[in-house]
Design a protein around this ligand. Structure first.
Ligand SMILES: Cc1cc2nc3c(=O)[nH]c(=O)nc-3n(C[C@H](O)[C@H](O)[C@H](O)COP(=O)(O)OP(=O)(O)OC[C@H]3O[C@@H](n4cnc5c(N)ncnc54)[C@H](O)[C@@H]3O)c2cc1C
Length: 394
């Protein structure tokens, strides 16, 4: 297929967010070109877990948005041609102290009030869940609708679906400049030539601020590094996603009763059985720039944390480790928005640890914004780019 010199919508970034936008925009009949400097999913979308979670979302807008995305992903599992290891077994959080149990009860109460399928789990429920749990765990909570995918495969499935509907993808094409044209629209320079576009979507994840600067737009996103361990399954430890309740505290920046190293590296247990019968064990949260090198001190700290919850897993085989960069924003919500000062320029980035969960709803919403729809799948105000400046800085 010859490359278009002009496109209606240019999407910068071939991660899961760019893939979801390309899919829903192409499905809505728009002419889309995606520009990716490496390969598809070569950024954070291949260095993460694959959870589509409501369990760890703030009750209210945040969890409602996740629930919408869960529904869309279930639809995608029927709609897209390529399978992506979709399962919806629910997920659980486990508590190690009375204080956490009380906080969990409050969390469940607020989620139930918002109409979400949450429930408390007692000690017996936890034993039933897995005989491998530490004996002193007190209980936890469950979100019944949580689902899981292979993020890499979902990204590829979305792009395949988009391409089938006419989208073009330019790989190994780094965007080096974006300028506004006098007659409207944009000129995009890449390492593989130029193209023009009526509308541009910045879906460059942690690199979105660099694309923003090309048009004089400040985007307050910072890389928050996270490590994962891949372990081979040697025993039937559990069938669904488990996190420690303290993960919520780490995510939202609170203080926990843990040792200094666990606190410094932001380590909290995340345990995910994959379809290929391995376990993803994580994770960490650190602001250390754009470095994705694996730090073995962090990996050791994560393994120790896992043993606190699963003491009998000490002999498990470690297959590999990796680290990725979550696109962090100060209020933990993504930016999915038009940019008021640059008409035709849009941002879909800043999903932090929720980009897999929120990709589908982001793609659908962005397709609606690109079409200038007034009615959208979710309210747009909490996701606007100008919320940071309206609030008086970042
Ligand atoms: C350890 C870890 C665990 C996680 N677990 C989960 C989870 O269980 N559930 C969940 O929902 N989320 C999870 N996340 C978060 C999720 O991975 C991210 O939010 C998501 O992948 C972000 O997708 P993206 O498309 O915005 O960014 P990316 O996947 O990084 O895509 C951006 C793309 O833009 C490209 N790009 C950048 N600059 C340019 C340029 N100048 N020109 C062209 N292309 C460019 C990059 O090459 C990249 O491919 C996790 C993250 C980490 C690190």
């Amino acid at each position: 297929m010859t490359k278009r010199a002009h496109t209606e919508v240019a999407v910068i970034g071939g991660g899961i967010i760019g893939g979801a936008i390309a899919y829903y925009a192409a499905k809505a009949g728009m002419e889309v070109t995606v520009i990716e400097r490496g390969e598809l999913a070569s950024g954070t979308s291949s260095r993460c877990d694959g959870n589509i979670l409501a369990i760890d979302k703030d009750p209210g807008f945040d969890s409602q948005m996740s629930l919408k995305s869960q529904q869309l992903v279930a639809e995608l599992s029927r709609e897209l041609e390529h399978p992506f290891e979709y399962r919806a077994p629910g997920s659980i959080l486990v508590c190690e102290s009375e204080e956490e149990m009380r906080a969990a009860e409050e969390w469940v109460r607020r989620q139930q009030e918002a109409g979400l399928p949450f429930r408390m789990l007692d000690r017996a429920d936890i034993r039933q869940e897995s005989p491998y749990f530490a004996d002193d765990l007190l209980g936890g909570l469950e979100c019944a609708t949580d689902s899981t995918v292979n993020p890499y495969l979902l990204t590829y499935a979305l792009f395949a679906g988009a391409q089938k509907r006419g989208a073009q993808v330019r790989l190994r094409s780094e965007v080096t400049a974006v300028t506004r044209e006098a007659a409207g629209g944009f000129r995009i320079e890449t390492s593989q030539g130029e193209l023009t576009a009526k509308q541009v979507v910045n879906a460059a994840g942690v690199w979105a601020p660099q694309i923003g600067r090309m048009l004089g737009v400040e985007i307050p996103i910072k890389p928050r590094k996270g490590h994962l361990i891949v372990a081979s399954r040697q025993a039937p430890v559990g069938l669904r996603k488990v996190m420690e309740f303290g993960y919520l505290i780490t995510k939202f920046g609170g203080k926990r009763q843990v040792d200094e190293e666990t606190e410094r590296y932001g380590v909290a247990l995340v345990f995910e059985p994959t379809e290929s019968q391995n376990f993803l064990i994580g994770s960490s949260r650190q602001f250390v720039g754009f470095d994705t090198k694996v730090d073995l001190r962090v990996v050791r700290c994560m393994a120790r944390r896992m043993l606190r919850f699963y003491p009998r897993l000490a002999d498990f085989t470690l297959i590999r480790t990796y680290a990725g960069l979550r696109p962090w924003t100060v209020d933990h919500l993504p930016i999915v928005s038009r940019v008021e000062e640059v008409p035709g320029f849009f941002i879909a980035a800043g999903h932090e640890g929720d980009g897999i969960s929120l990709a589908a709803v982001t793609g659908k919403l962005m397709a609606e914004l690109l079409q200038g729809r007034e009615e959208t799948i979710i309210p747009t105000a909490p996701l606007r780019h100008d919320r940071f400046t309206r609030r008086g800085g970042t």
